[in-house]
Design a protein around this ligand. Structure first.
Ligand SMILES: *[C@@H]1O[C@H](CO)[C@@H](O)[C@H](O)[C@H]1NC(C)=O
Ligand SMILES: *[C@@H]1O[C@H](CO)[C@@H](O)[C@H](O)[C@H]1NC(C)=O
Length: 293
């Protein structure tokens, strides 16, 4: 597949209103730079694989990927959504579990078996990447427990990375709801005026001088989706833990602490991750409300 020169240099046309203005301006600048680089090296980051890491064992929710949501396994819902992304040259499920693999083959997914020793989704993506026969330039890590992920968000993080050759990582944020401001499980993010990540925290950032949440400040909530430069993914799990990463218990800080650049896109997305069995009912109610079946 050829690099999408037009789409990466014109995010406005393809990604629509969900990128906020500031980031949009940043992307346009980066897009213009990318265009120059792409002309020199047409092969730059054109091959993209989406990987859905899925494990059976989970401390909080055993067998989570297979839980039915309105009659279809969650992993199938995620896969069907991801299939609609236009930037992926290939989409695979990476799992250590035969039941999950069988289920996925059953609905037509490509499956890569990974070892049980993978300690997290990133390691699983890394191992899957090594086992894929083709060479890829970009890997998108698509969380299997985000069954309502919009394909536009997947395409958004891919295009952001393609348009920012100086970044090795891209991810997405959405508006933080005021009630989530003090929840340490909701990770906040701040970005510079070109849309590169400055910092992620479990605490509220930025911190208003008054000590209270500023109802007028557009705080960002980090979403789980991330895409990596494939070369970077090979070294990412091997990078030693860093002080801020350890203190906040946030893997992505390791990227920033090592001086790598990360592009962030702003999207409209109500986070509907499924973490616990109780979340299943909530998401089914939402799907009914959205007329999904
Ligand atoms: C803090 O938040 C208030 C609104 O609650 C806002 O008026 C003010 O400009 C913000 N910044 C500072 C430095 O107080
Ligand atoms: C995944 O787990 C390994 C081992 O705990 C760790 O070294 C690595 O930093 C983790 N995260 C990422 C993003 O690789």
């Amino acid at each position: 597949m050829s690099p999408r020169l037009n789409s990466s240099s014109d995010p406005d046309a393809t990604t629509g209103s969900w990128i906020i203005r500031g980031i949009l301006a940043g992307a346009a600048v980066a897009g213009a730079c990318a265009l120059v680089t792409l002309r020199r090296s047409v092969k730059l980051r054109s091959q993209v694989v989406g990987i859905i890491p899925a494990r059976f064992a989970s401390s909080r929710f055993e067998g989570k990927p297979l839980v039915p949501l309105l009659g279809k396994p969650m992993i199938q819902r995620t896969w069907e959504r991801a299939k609609l992304a236009t930037t992926l040259d290939q989409l695979v499920v990476a799992t250590d579990d035969e039941k999950i693999a069988e289920c996925c083959r059953g609905f037509g997914a490509d499956v890569i078996m990974t070892s049980e020793s993978c300690r997290n989704g990133t390691e699983r993506c890394n191992e899957a990447l090594k086992k894929l026969r083709k060479n890829f330039d970009i890997v998108v890590n698509i969380q299997g427990d985000e069954p309502l992920i919009e394909p536009e968000i997947i395409d958004g993080v891919v295009k952001a990375l393609q348009a920012a050759p100086d970044a090795v990582f891209s991810t997405a944020v959405t508006s933080l709801k005021p009630e989530d401001a003090s929840d340490p499980n909701r990770v906040k993010c701040i970005v510079d005026n070109r849309g590169y990540a400055i910092y992620f925290s479990r605490g509220l950032i930025p911190y208003n001088k008054s000590g209270k949440v500023n109802p007028h400040f557009p705080y960002f909530l980090h979403l789980g989706i991330q895409s990596y430069d494939a070369q970077f993914l090979r070294i990412y799990p091997e990078l030693s833990p860093t002080p801020l990463q350890l203190e906040e218990d946030l893997e992505q800080l390791k990227v920033l602490e090592n001086g790598y650049k990360m592009k962030v896109i702003k999207v409209d997305h109500d986070a509907h991750g499924v973490d616990t069995p109780e979340d299943v009912e909530k998401i089914e109610a939402l799907m009914r409300a959205q007329n999904l079946s």
